[in-house]
Design a protein around this ligand. Structure first.
Ligand SMILES: Cc1ncc(COP(=O)(O)O)c(C=O)c1O
Length: 413
């Protein structure tokens, strides 16, 4: 069911860079390190495996750092944005990148900016949003390109741990309201209906189940086209949602099998382009969060490792409710004239510097040995990590951010 192609973690490069950073640091280190070369390889393999008619956009909410976007811009078809802030950020640095705009609660200012800054398609979430967009388009004398986001009830839908649709949620237009929207659109030429948008879930780890879900989307769109005589469609956006298996990192979403199965769906596209807007699966594997151990202590029968930083930098484990995998990088330097706290052959809890027991990054985690002054390195920290964290709680310093550059692929030639 799950398997097999696991994006590369380049530990030798990561370790060497972190040891260098540690040597240069004048206080305990906490840092994010992003491996742009690994990102380049993974994104180009992912995008390159798609058959004709399928396109990959990157959902920048997962990680919108400029070096990440610069690495991904030439490898993807464009960016998916979900706020006026993301729109301004992307347009400031990528004047011509194709953009699609999703997300609930868009303001008039955001809708207007999307029209003015040449967003390719707005994914509309409700009838009221549609009416406001039409009103703004009319006042500008332009036609707004739109996909209707539909919250679809899919028979036999296999749920994941994070569902955005297929049940009552704030996202999209409920399937039973669609006929009303389509009737309204027939009277409003200032909106051009380009297609439908679905993003029912995140954390999908089952490639076969995801193929079935896409098939259900394609069949549904085919039925709507026939039933409502929709003439202007040119695309279906099937969202993102491909998961990362933090609990069992050796068992990742089988992207090669998934991409292989897409060719079989081609006939059902009916000539429409199918777009993905993936976030987590694209950038999670390139990021590492490193924390220097400040203390090792025992509380009753439990060993705790207290490290520089915490969930205010790296909220992913708490947000997903998992114990995040990590490696211990032994550091031999010890600056004090007294004993070094340590624990060996034990299962530890790793915590940060926040005054709450919720500041927990790993628990029941087996370690051979960990000492104060060692470095803990958490992989799979490139998506929904720094960007979803509550950075200023307790006003601790922010972590360092390092980017290992891409290798010059043209140098040899
Ligand atoms: C509408 C929409 N598209 C795409 C994404 C990206 O999802 P993921 O990072 O799981 O691929 C999200 C994430 O919440 C989303 O809400």
């Amino acid at each position: 069911m799950m398997a097999t192609s696991i994006p590369e973690l380049r530990w030798p490069q990561i370790t060497a860079h972190l040891r260098q950073a540690l040597g240069a640091a004048d206080s305990p280190l906490s840092a994010y390190l992003y491996d742009l070369e690994a990102l380049r390889r993974h994104a180009s393999a992912t995008a390159g495996s798609l058959p004709p008619g399928f396109e990959l956009f990157y959902a920048i909410k997962a990680n919108s750092d400029l070096p990440i976007l610069q690495t991904l811009a030439p490898l993807t078809h464009g960016f998916e944005i979900s706020s006026g802030g993301e729109l301004a950020w992307v347009r400031e640095h990528f004047a011509d990148a194709p953009l699609i705009f999703s997300g609930p609660g868009k303001t008039d200012a955001e809708l207007a900016a999307a029209l003015d800054l040449r967003v390719e398609a707005l994914h509309v979430e409700s009838q009221h949003e549609l009416e406001r967009l039409a009103w703004l388009a009319r006042t500008r004398g332009v036609v707004a390109p739109v996909l209707l986001r539909v919250n679809l009830a899919v028979e036999g839908l296999q749920a994941t741990t994070l569902m955005m649709g297929g049940k009552p949620t704030p996202f999209g237009i409920a399937g039973n309201q669609l006929p009303g929207c389509l009737a309204w659109l027939r009277e409003h030429p200032e909106i051009r209906l380009r297609g439908f948008h679905f993003h029912l879930m995140s954390h999908q780890l089952d490639a076969a189940a995801h193929v079935r879900l896409l098939e259900a989307y394609l069949q549904q769109v085919r039925r709507w086209r026939a039933e409502y005589g929709l003439q202007t469609l040119d695309q279906i956006n099937v969202g993102g949602g491909i998961g990362v298996n933090y609990r069992e990192p050796e068992q990742q979403f089988d992207w090669p099998a998934f991409a292989g199965a897409l060719s079989g769906l081609s006939a059902q596209r009916d000539g429409l382009t199918v777009r993905f807007e993936c976030g987590r699966y694209i950038t999670a594997f390139c990021g590492y969060y490193a924390m220097e151990v400040i203390d090792v202590k025992q509380a009753f029968d439990r060993p705790f490792v207290v490290a520089r930083g915490g969930t205010h930098h790296f909220r992913t484990p708490y947000a997903q409710g998992h114990s995040h995998p990590f490696r211990v990088l032994p550091v031999e330097t010890w600056r004090y004239p007294f004993a070094r706290p340590e624990v060996s052959h034990a299962c530890v809890s790793v915590v940060g510097q926040l005054c709450t027991p919720k500041d927990l990054l790993a628990h029941d985690a087996p370690v051979e040995r960990v000492r104060a002054g060692d470095l803990l390195v958490f992989p799979y920290a490139g998506a929904y990590a720094w960007h979803i964290s509550h950075h200023d709680f307790l006003r601790h310093p922010h972590p360092q951010h390092y980017y290992l550059p891409t290798e010059d692929v043209h140098a040899a030639g």
